[in-house]
Design a protein around this ligand. Sequence first.
Ligand SMILES: [Zn+2]
Ligand SMILES: [Zn+2]
Length: 570
Amino acid sequence: MDNRDLKVLRHSAAHLLAHAVSRLFTKTLFTIGPATENGFFYDVLPEKNFKEEDLITLEAEMHRIKEQNFSIEHKEILKEEARKLFANNPFKLELIDEIPGNTVGIATQGEFVDLCRGGHVAQTGDIQFFKLLAISGSYWRADRNNQALQRISGTAFYTKEALDAFLQHQQDLIQYDHRRLGKELDFFSFHQEGVGFPFFHPKGKAVLNVLVGYIRSLLFKYNYQEITTPVILSEALWHQSGHFQHYKDFMYFTEIDGQAHAIRPMNCPGSILLYKERPRSYRELPLKLAEFGLVHRHELSGVLHGLLRVRSFTQDDGHIFCTKEQIEALVIETIEFVSTVMQRMNFQDIAIGLSTKPEHAMGTDEQWEYATNALKNALLKAGKQFTVYDGEGAFYGPKIEFGIKDSMGRTWQCGTIQLDFSQPENFSLEYVDHTGSRVRPVMIHRAILGSLERFFAILLEHYKGLLPFWLSPIQARILTITDKQMEYAQLVYTTLKDTGFRVEVDQSSDPISGKIKTAQREKIPWMIIIGDKEVQKKVVTIRARDGSQQTDILLSDLVNVAKAESKKTT
Ligand SMILES: [Zn+2]
Ligand SMILES: [Zn+2]
């Protein structure tokens, strides 16, 4: 079934909904009822506000109308006639006035008539599989200054399987929402005292530390040098970089010794000052500076969303200063970097986009052509497929963006590689080439995970809370059947702990079933179960979260088994 067909079905379902509303809540005024990407809605002005319970009765009435199997007839009538038909509804009258020509379309099914330009199924009985989902607030023409309305939304599919799959997916989105998982797993919280500023609890911080450690190991492999630059810098600097002009509404400001300062929304100027700190030779290039940089951005309270949209976050930032001849190889390397990381996180599907010169851009056409070709060639040489987004680059240079598809089918934009002609100009950056002349370097901004906080949220939802062994804050918990095995449990504990694994012993007096239940709730990957038999044979039993067991693992093999487990991506 293609999308167009679904649109027809869903728009017809919106009529079906309106028909049901008109029967049960006769004073309701209808506005518009379009199909959407995931379903349909109808915006209405109710006599009395609809409540969630009303969805049940409305849905039942929709089924009744479906059974009555009215044919849906569409025809054009004179505007004059239509104005009489909808005389009591100022919204429809406004719509009629806006439609060009002398006629407008109407759709009739049974006793119900709606203003409509058409595109329906043949009869109400064709709308078999639908579900009302929510009631929310809206405004006439989506404008806050207009009449407040209520939006009833739902979805419809051609098959029961497709509807069920959709509803399951909706349930998953709620159940595995990172805000919910973060609370359940004691990973992070938000407080009124700092709206939009996340607090990471010990377990959440442990996961972040693993992520940072992993990225650091790759920074080492790719010869980056890690730096730290200040969170607060003078306001003048942000004028020079251009951030103030473009970004000031998103920045926080402060004053130090009577001088205007700003809290950084980006890390770039810090790296630039560090580059400029002394003369640079071509021998130092490419100079790859990495920074886990904490930035603050003033997001409006309405757009804050758990860890996905916060007011302070840490970027796994990197700034590479290079010659233009080095761009291509560096981009190939960065693509490999991103691919390695995403495979490790079990993201199989990476969509790559290349954004080219926008209408208003800095730099010459030659610079843009050179840089865009360098990005393109790098993608081709790396054997990657990509989509070109014409004119979507930043004004200061073309970029590559990586979109990762998660286990629930959503695409998240994470890594970026951004070429920049603008900052090297703004700050008169130079290096001395092999002939002794001063040359402008190219600057590449690149991030692999992007915001660590946001990536953490994406990971949590992607794994549905079941972080793999290597990422879990507590990798293993040792559960004894009785206290008699505590001494051996301690030996198992030190065996793992001393080799760097995050392990705990359950010290509670709960029965083993209770201990398992607790560990299961905390989604700990390994429950190491120890009874008398394990003590005697110097072995352990490993129970995984899915209930599967590995028995008779020799204590002397345990570290190797754990190391093998660490390599897995799920
Ligand atoms: Zn219609
Ligand atoms: Zn940057």
